[in-house]
Design a protein around this ligand. Structure first.
Ligand SMILES: Cc1cc2nc3c(=O)[nH]c(=O)nc-3n(C[C@H](O)[C@H](O)[C@H](O)COP(=O)(O)OP(=O)(O)OC[C@H]3O[C@@H](n4cnc5c(N)ncnc54)[C@H](O)[C@@H]3O)c2cc1C
Length: 341
């Protein structure tokens, strides 16, 4: 049985800590709840926002439609053999708690994705990734409700069309599906550890870890993230605001003539990924504050709300950053965060 509330404050539901109200708000605890909602006249008459943990959105003002909060929980083992375990997790499960559950069971594959805020259901939306691992590597399928028909559909990994911070749910099927659960396959033994990225190996060395384990890597990632990234509980933010742009090798070589230290990570023999944080830093945005908002002093990719900042002001700052990077380097950055108006 669903209850639609009116004029609900969204501040507790977004990590940017933006004060904004939802005209209507409903919490969904099951597939049946969602099907019931789809039949309600109010649903049909309103614009909608599906909300997980609110850690990848920027609210630019009050939301005049219906916010649909995903609260479907539950973690089930659906298949298991000697070497692997397949788990189906409700979309409303907290991602990090889910990772901790897997770490506690010594199930490997998502330890590098420890401490990413948000929900399980949003993880496939932008194919979350960190420290050399993306969630697409372990996703078997995604169960989602078609918002037009109410039918429950299962998308295979391939059908999700995962890319760098991308999936079909952010592209051709944007706002057409409500993800209800995600099924992932993890290893029980012979884990494929990835310690090559960032400071994982040096952190393990600092703790004299000689025997790699799911737990040791998760602990290292948590330690690095706690040092590097601002905690949304302390200062409002949504992680990386921009994606790292992909440019052609030719464009990269041209830029390198002017900026010899420009970093680049080849994708193939035609394209190269450039860290957006470096570009933003060169435009002197790092650490800049404007009243109660700004660019984080250690992470140029992270925009922050120090207090009562509005989403509108943060978006204005973001567009100024986009323009200056475009002007200086000819590179068009894209927001990773979903901007909601
Ligand atoms: C401090 C910090 C660090 C971060 N680090 C990383 C990182 O390392 N790697 C990374 O990839 N991301 C990172 N993020 C971004 C964010 O945590 C992820 O994108 C996360 O998956 C968002 O989950 P959420 O539940 O909060 O989604 P929300 O912000 O609630 O929603 C994001 C989008 O998904 C849609 N959506 C959410 N749930 C569903 C659903 N069930 N069905 C359909 N649509 C849905 C929403 O409508 C919205 O468009 C970070 C964020 C913060 C604040």
């Amino acid at each position: 049985m669903i209850t639609i509330q009116e004029n609900v404050e969204l501040l507790p539901f977004n990590t940017f800590k933006i004060k904004a109200k939802a005209r209507y708000f409903v919490a969904i605890h099951s597939v049946a709840d969602m099907k019931e909602l789809l039949k309600s006249p109010l649903y049909l008459s309103q614009k909608r926002l599906i909300l997980g943990g609110g850690s990848n959105i920027l609210l630019t003002g009050d939301f005049s439609g219906l916010v649909i909060k995903v609260n479907i929980t539950g973690i089930d083992v659906v298949e298991e053999d000697d070497a692997t375990v397949t788990l189906k997790a409700g979309a409303g499960e907290t991602w990090h708690s889910f990772v901790m559950h897997c770490v506690a069971n010594n199930w490997g594959g998502i330890e590098n994705l420890s401490l990413i805020p948000g929900t399980v259901g949003a993880a496939p939306m932008q194919n979350i990734g960190a420290y050399g691992v993306e969630v697409k590597e372990v996703i078997q399928n995604v169960e989602a409700i078609n918002l037009s028909t109410g039918n429950v559909q299962t998308f295979t990994n391939q059908e999700c069309m995962f890319g760098y911070r991308e999936s079909v749910f952010k592209q051709s099927l944007k706002e057409k599906y409500f993800i209800s659960s995600v099924t992932l396959r993890l290893t029980k033994k012979n884990h494929h550890f990835n310690t090559s990225y960032g400071a994982i190996q040096s952190t393990l060395d600092a703790h004299n870890v000689t025997q790699l384990s799911v737990r040791a890597i998760s602990n290292a990632v948590i330690e690095i993230r706690q040092q590097k990234l601002p905690d949304p509980k302390v200062v409002g933010n949504a992680g990386s605001f921009f994606k790292n742009p992909t440019i052609t090798l030719q464009q990269y070589e041209t830029l390198k003539n002017t900026w010899p230290s420009i970093p680049g990570y080849p994708i193939d023999n035609q394209y190269i990924k450039v860290p957006a944080g470096w570009l933003i830093e060169q435009c002197n945005w790092k650490g800049k504050t404007f009243e109660n908002i700004g660019v984080h002093p250690h992470q140029s990719l992270v925009l922050v709300n120090y207090g009562e900042g509005t989403g509108e002001k943060i978006w204005m700052l973001a567009t100024n950053i986009l323009a200056s990077v475009k002007e200086k380097f000819g590179v068009q950055l894209q927001a990773e965060v979903n901007v909601i108006s």
